[in-house]
Design a protein around this ligand. Structure first.
Ligand SMILES: *Cc1c(COP(=O)(O)O)cnc(C)c1O
Ligand SMILES: [Zn+2]
Length: 438
């Protein structure tokens, strides 16, 4: 067992916010999202102090514990998140999604092994809960009364639920008419004020940053520009790799929208490697929707100066309908660190992959299925070997976007895997005719 007080004090002295561009450091005890130079900030964990204190065995020993922090797939890794006291932590707990392996999907993707970590099985149905538990905990540490985000729906649902748990007021800025019904419903139901902005996600994002800058409102921003969100999202990989017995796959595939997860994954892998918990780095494979692919375009341009330009985003996968990703610089570093790949898939391919994942009894929302569609396309193109062991991240739950399901399965002509509902008269003959016809 680790001694309590002394270590905590040592950590408090060394956890800092550090600018990713110029290296300037800032204290943790004030709200701040950007450096004076405009760069994004990272939470710098005291890895030197932690080396030797944490191990696979420490984390594995917490599986099966009844401590709420250990039951959270986020706070189980708390040494790598900061120095919060048990009383400060706002947890449900979250981060308990399954790690699936389904032979049909492995074959469909065309790889050697395929695991799917289901982040849609979080309390509000997306990985955003992992970021929000840490972000809301930090909000409480700072004494914030009001928290806010711009969202295409999942962040606002998580914000609303965790603010309700913490007893804080939540403001959710969403693009009017662009958010799936279930996500708006969650946000309203959990008690956040939903502010529909006449504009797209990127417009809502710009607006909420202005609101957070205005000191008179005292609003703490919990978008993924907030570095504490990313600390929570790092644990997707900690948790998934622990589930794989700390064996590192060849590639880790995820959808890319605002690129917070991509950035968080790069940080997670760097920390695990520096601490000796893993001995090699997997390639990150980021998949964007073809209609919302500024990161893929920059990657294709070798990330050269001028290769990045914001786009007007359009895709059916609303969670990644983002044209001006806020974490672009840190996501670029994650790709460089891991020799990663950024690719695109069309909406049709996304929905086909989704139908396959759904029909396997697993299910996910459209953005999540970009993961599998991207892996399949990369293998077909020879960019990933056919014997690759791949970990895919399913980011959101099937029920997040019921409209997309109904539209896909009801389309004419029927798309691959279409399974439209049937309507009959209430007679046995009608059932018989139907079953005989199959
Ligand atoms: C937020 C979200 C994404 C995009 O993640 P980023 O970190 O913004 O790239 C993908 N899928 C789902 C379901 C999401 O909620
Ligand atoms: Zn700076």
């Amino acid at each position: 067992m680790r001694g309590g007080g002394a270590m905590v004090t040592a950590e408090r002295a060394t956890v800092r916010l550090v600018c990713a561009e110029c290296g300037a450091g800032y204290p943790l005890d004030q709200p701040r999202y950007r450096c004076d130079c405009g760069g994004l900030l990272d939470v710098r964990q005291p890895l030197d102090a932690l080396r030797g204190q944490i191990s696979r065995e420490l984390f594995d020993g917490r599986l099966g514990s009844r401590d709420r922090r250990d039951q959270s797939g986020v706070w189980r890794f708390r040494e790598l998140l900061g120095d919060y006291t048990p009383e400060e932590i706002v947890t449900k707990p979250e981060g308990r999604g399954n790690l699936y392996e389904d032979e049909r999907l492995t074959a469909w993707a065309g790889v050697g092994r395929l695991w799917l970590k289901h982040e849609g099985e979080n309390p509000t149905g997306s990985f955003k809960d992992r970021g929000m538990t840490v972000g809301m905990t930090q909000a409480r540490r700072l004494g914030a009364r009001t928290v806010a985000c711009a969202s295409s729906g999942n962040t606002s649902a998580a914000l609303a639920a965790y603010a309700a748990t913490a007893g804080l007021t939540a403001l959710a800025f969403v693009p009017e008419g662009k958010v799936a019904l279930a996500k708006i419903a969650q946000t309203v139901a959990y008690g956040a004020r939903v502010i529909q902005v006449r504009g797209d996600f990127d417009a809502a994002m710009r607006l909420v940053q202005e609101v957070a800058r205005a000191p008179e409102y005292g609003v703490y921003l919990l978008n993924s520009i907030n570095p504490f969100r990313l600390e929570g999202q790092k644990t997707i990989l900690f948790d998934a790799l622990q589930g794989l017995g700390w064996c590192v796959p060849d590639a880790i595939a995820l959808p890319g929208g605002n690129l917070g997860n991509t950035a968080a994954f790069g940080k997670a892998l760097a920390e695990l490697r520096d601490l000796g918990l893993i001995d090699r780095l997997p390639r990150l494979v980021v998949v964007q929707a073809a209609g919302a692919a500024p990161f893929a375009r920059a990657f294709a341009g070798g990330f050269a100066a001028g290769s990045f330009a914001a786009v007007r985003a359009e895709t059916l996968a609303t969670a990644i309908r983002i044209g001006d990703p806020v974490s672009y610089p840190r996501a670029r570093r994650a790709i460089a660190l891991t020799g990663g790949i950024v690719t695109t898939v069309g909406d049709e391919a996304i929905m086909r992959a989704k139908a396959a994942i759904d029909a396997a009894g697993i299910g996910c929302e459209p953005a999540s299925a970009a993961t599998l569609a991207g892996v399949r396309a990369l293998v077909a193109a020879g960019a990933l070997p056919a014997d690759a062991a791949v970990l895919g991240i399913l980011t959101g739950h099937l029920l997040k976007d019921g409209e997309a399901v109904v539209v896909y399965h009801g389309a004419t002509p029927p798309p691959p895997g279409a399974n439209p509902p049937l309507t009959i008269d209430p007679t046995l003959d009608a059932v018989k005719a139907l079953l005989d016809a199959r």
